[in-house]
Design a binder for this molecule. Structure first.
Ligand code: DSN
Length: 487
């Protein structure tokens, strides 16, 4: 499949699709304009800006017009607390339809026993998962011991005792600076306050996950929940090994696949690298490599399904029905054969980007990538992540700064830049384009100097930002975003 046909396959499946989408957006913007023209203007400008920048933020993508349009409907106006067929509100028959479709597509796509499409975001999905585990492993046996069926039946003293147990459980997850997520037990996050937490890291020499070290930490700490998954680790994880570790210490294996769900959906990660057959609960966002609307999703085994299904009222209020509808559309797209081609290209392009950096002498955390992420250590350019991020942005390259393991500059200034390939791959970028991206990034960073001892201020040599932005615009014009879509 050529880059052009790949891009076309998701934004323009029919001959007049782009024209139809153009008409739809033009009409919508006229309506918005009649009420608040500044919002219509900002909406047009956002598309123009996204069209003319190299979007390399690893957690972003471009959803199809079908997904985007599905979010702009009257489903937004409907309350539907509860679950399919069991709502606390009347007249939810159409929400039932779209929620059931989203869950069905998710189950089929990932081979999961159960799927829950209500979480509004990744953190909501993770909170639903954590509380489902606590409900299954602590609350339900606690109620049984007390001979009660429902928490409302408990005396004040028994409820206090059970609440104490719920708040006294252990979680072991990957540390933020080695690539884990805030919600994996980072103390400033609620996950680090709900649980007694401990963090595992990566090998200080290689930057790679050390399963023996994870196993040793698990044996010593004996967590209720072992968390696997990452936001900034540029390598694959062996979930069969994580399962073995969890089983050895009697932990529940929870995998957050928010970043790489598209690679699982597209069957790039299979066998030991596919978390779904190995984990008790898997969560994801739907808007990253999965290329859907902004939202969350929980997959679970039958054991945990009844607990996840109580995400509302446990953690969530009313679901975003319009977003669940868009999840159904996006998951239907991800079930098409072309999505597998797209997912493989995400990984191939990341490799091309990493190779492009390495051959130009740059330093990468773990020395490369085998997923969709490339983590560049910018200290060799004499810069902080903050300076590098800003200099790249001035040059039309949108990235985000990210900590590297044991980062001397901390989580705010950082020493790294995280790159991801899902978005530009959606535009049709191929390996040669990503090599050129590496060249442009290195050109900017090699020509950027810190100002004095500041960790934020910097100077770019004259003409470099404009020259790189012009070169980026050429690449972008050859791989247009939403080709044929006119506002
Ligand atoms: N903010 C997301 C990311 O960029 O990885 C994770 O929450």
């Amino acid at each position: 499949m050529t880059a052009e046909s790949l891009a076309a396959s998701y934004v323009a499946p029919g001959a007049d699709y782009a024209a139809t989408a153009s008409e739809a957006y033009q009409a919508a913007l006229r309506v918005i304009e009649s009420v608040e023209p500044r919002v219509a203007d900002a909406t047009r400008k956002e598309l123009a800006d996204q069209r003319d920048s190299l979007k390399l933020i690893a957690s972003e993508n471009y959803a199809s017009p079908a997904v985007l349009l599905t979010m702009g409907t009257w489903f937004s106006d409907k309350y539907a607390e509860g679950t399919v067929g069991h709502r606390f509100y009347a007249a939810c028959q159409n929400v039932d339809t779209v929620e059931a479709l989203a869950a069905e597509h998710a189950r089929e796509l990932f081979g999961a026993q159960y799927a829950y499409a209500q979480p509004h975001s990744g953190i909501d999905a993770n909170l639903v998962a954590y509380w489902a585990i606590l409900a299954a492993k602590v609350e339900a046996p606690g109620l049984a011991d007390l001979g009660a069926k429902h928490v409302n039946d408990l005396s004040e003293a028994d409820w206090e005792s059970l609440r104490g147990k719920l708040g006294n459980q252990r979680l072991l997850g990957m540390s933020l600076d080695t690539g884990g997520h805030l919600t994996h037990g980072f103390r400033p996050n609620i996950s680090g306050k709900m649980f007694h937490q401990r963090q595992y890291g990566t090998d200080p020499q290689t930057g790679l996950l050390d399963y023996d070290a994870v196993a040793a930490a698990a044996r010593e700490f004996k967590p209720l929940v072992l968390v696997a998954g990452y936001s900034a680790y540029p390598r694959r994880v062996n979930f069969a090994k994580m399962r073995e570790i969890a089983d050895e210490v009697g932990a529940v294996l929870f995998v957050d696949m928010a970043h790489f769900a598209g690679l699982v959906a597209g069957k790039v990660f299979t066998g030991d690298e596919d978390p779904v057959p190995h984990a008790d609960i898997v969560t994801t966002t739907t808007h990253k490599s999965l290329r859907g609307p902004r939202g969350g999703l929980v997959l679970a085994t039958e054991e945990y399904a009844p607990f996840v299904d109580k995400g509302c009222p446990m953690v969530l209020g009313g679901p975003l029905s319009h977003v669940m509808a868009a999840k159904a559309v996006a998951l239907a797209e991800a079930r098409q054969a072309e999505f597998g081609v797209y997912a493989q290209r995400i990984a191939d392009n990341a490799k091309a980007l990493a190779d492009g950096f390495l051959k130009r002498g740059a330093t990468l955390v773990t020395g490369g990538t085998d997923n969709h992420i490339v983590l560049l250590d910018v200290t060799s350019f004499g810069l902080t992540g903050r300076q590098a991020e800003s200099a790249l942005l001035d040059s039309g390259v949108v990235t985000n700064r990210n900590a590297v393991p044991a980062d001397a500059n901390g989580a705010w200034y950082t020493s790294g830049i995280r790159f991801g390939t899902p978005a530009l791959t959606s535009r049709g970028f191929g390996a040669d384009d990503f090599d050129r991206v590496a060249e442009l990034v290195v050109e900017v960073l090699s020509n950027t100097q810190p100002e004095g001892s500041s960790k934020a201020k910097y100077t770019i040599a004259d003409g470099v930002a404009a020259r790189v932005h012009a070169a980026a615009s050429e690449l972008l014009a050859a791989n247009p975003l939403y080709p044929g879509l006119q506002l």
